[in-house]
Design a protein around this ligand. Structure first.
Ligand code: GDP
Length: 432
């Protein structure tokens, strides 16, 4: 059963929230500071799904100080839970202890949901915006005591619960997960064989990880990588009907299970619609991306020139993707995939702190103010990085920012903080 851990400092309403999730109303000791409880696990269900809720008490306020105790509790949750719900008191705002917890949870590979509790009225909802500064993504306003927003919160929790064991695997700093994708016959299985054969070190087990039987661990450049759904590449099922459809479902599933995709394109042939469909799947997924132009052994001077033109035309959506020219057949440059994967994942994981981000923002905006809208000048107030994987930013503005200007900001942001290899998302929130 999947586990949802509720963390947060004392008195923010954790136990009330737990009771709300469980749909009951027992008196709890939350309001008595200094009361020590153990981790208590309850079983809950919502929309027909069962999961367990762990109320992580257990801090000893007098032992090492409250901040460390609550941070340690969050640390523990990262190792055991499938979803972490961190609760803050919206009527108080982010305290130093909340910040300490957030610092721990920002490293979390387990999904984290930030709950702004005690939002008893709509009027209070506006104040939760300041909680974006915790860097844990969007704050979900609820009133655990009155039930306000509780249903929406449960929907969000359910959406983040793993549905298959695969999603749980590799969570704790295990091997990075790679999907090898591309249209049929671009050389996916050839490349896989080359990579697996090159170091002759296909490991079958790495401590602390469970690898899906359809995946394969391959050691490259001194670290282990988990290539997802290699079974689908090794065992080619070519059925007459519906082949394309199932191939595309499989590709989508592989991308979703991975952190980064290697998109193979046949460099010896024109870039096709089918290549671009796979590219779109990667873009939608928000995963990091490396483009490998395969069959480079067949590319001559003329073709190279053609290809450059095709790249400018067809791959303009992903100017940030790293490109490597390889030959899966001869083994040419396949080792160059490793640094490309590593640096792209580094971008994908990257977090820019609020200080430098806003210093940069002020400068860019002063030099290039947003275009007028309806005769008014929108003011961009503040930016924060809401999440990583992919890096996602939220800009607060007094008016709508048009697409061209948002692209301009993205370009500048990429230049300043170096996000090569990773998509970057920018959401604009308009505050009146
Ligand atoms: P998949 O369908 O994407 O897995 O493609 P395969 O790995 O089965 O390769 C399809 C065909 O392309 C096979 O005949 C391979 O031998 C050939 N091929 C793959 N990579 C290269 C390459 O780098 N150069 C050349 N010349 N042929 C290649």
């Amino acid at each position: 059963v999947s586990e949802v851990a509720i963390v947060g400092r004392p008195n923010v309403g954790k136990s009330t929230l737990v009771n709300r999730i469980l749909g009951r109303r027992e008196a709890v000791v939350e309001d008595i500071p200094g009361v020590t409880r153990d981790r208590v696990s309850y079983s809950a269900s919502w929309s027909g799904r069962r999961f367990s809720v762990v109320d992580t008490g257990g801090w000893e306020p007098d032992a090492k100080g409250l901040q460390q105790a609550v941070a340690a509790q969050a640390e523990r949750a990262m190792n055991t839970a499938d979803v972490i719900v961190v609760v803050v008191d919206a009527t108080v705002g982010a305290t130093a202890t909340d910040e300490a917890v957030a610092r721990v949870l920002r490293r979390s590979k387990t999904p984290v949901i930030l709950v702004a509790n005690k939002v008893d009225s709509e009027r209070l909802e506006a104040e939760t915006a300041s909680l974006w500064s915790l860097g844990l993504g969007e704050p979900y306003p609820v009133s655990a005591a009155h039930g306000r927003g509780a249903g929406d919160l449960l929907d969000v929790i359910l959406a983040k619960l793993p549905t298959t064991p695969r999603e749980v695997s590799g969570q704790l700093g295990g091997p990075r997960r790679v999907a090898l994708v591309g249209k049929p016959n671009v050389g996916k299985s050839s490349l896989l064989n080359k990579l697996a054969g090159s170091e002759r070190s296909v490991v079958d087990n790495v401590a602390g990880t469970t690898v899906d039987p359809v995946d394969e661990l391959i050691e490259l450049g001194g670290s282990t990588w988990q290539f997802v759904d290699t079974a689908g590449l090794r065992r080619k099922v070519r059925t007459a009907s519906g082949h394309e459809y199932y191939a595309s479902l499989r590709t989508r599933a592989a991308i979703d299970a991975a952190e980064i995709a290697i998109l193979l394109i046949d460099a010896s042939q024109p870039i096709t619609e089918q290549d671009l469909r796979v590219l779109s799947m990667v873009i939608e997924s928000g995963r990091a991306l490396v483009i490998a132009f395969n069959k480079w052994d067949l590319v001559d001077e003329d073709r190279r020139y053609q290809l450059d033109k095709e790249i400018d035309r067809e791959l303009a959506r992903v100017p940030w993707a790293r490109r490597v020219n390889i030959s899966a057949m001869t083994g040419r440059a396949v080792q160059k995939l490793v640094p490309a994967l590593e640096s792209s994942l580094e971008s994908w994981d990257k977090r820019v702190s609020t200080g430098p981000l806003n210093t940069w923002l002020k400068e860019v905006i002063a030099a290039n103010p947003p275009p007028l809208r309806g005769g008014r000048q929108p003011r961009v107030l503040f930016a924060t990085q809401a999440s990583v994987r992919p890096p996602t930013f939220v800009l607060f503005s007094t008016g709508f920012l048009e697409a061209g200007y948002r692209r301009f900001l993205e370009r500048r942001l990429r230049e300043q903080f170096e996000f090569d290899g990773s998509p970057v998302r920018i959401n604009v929130r308009v505050r009146e």
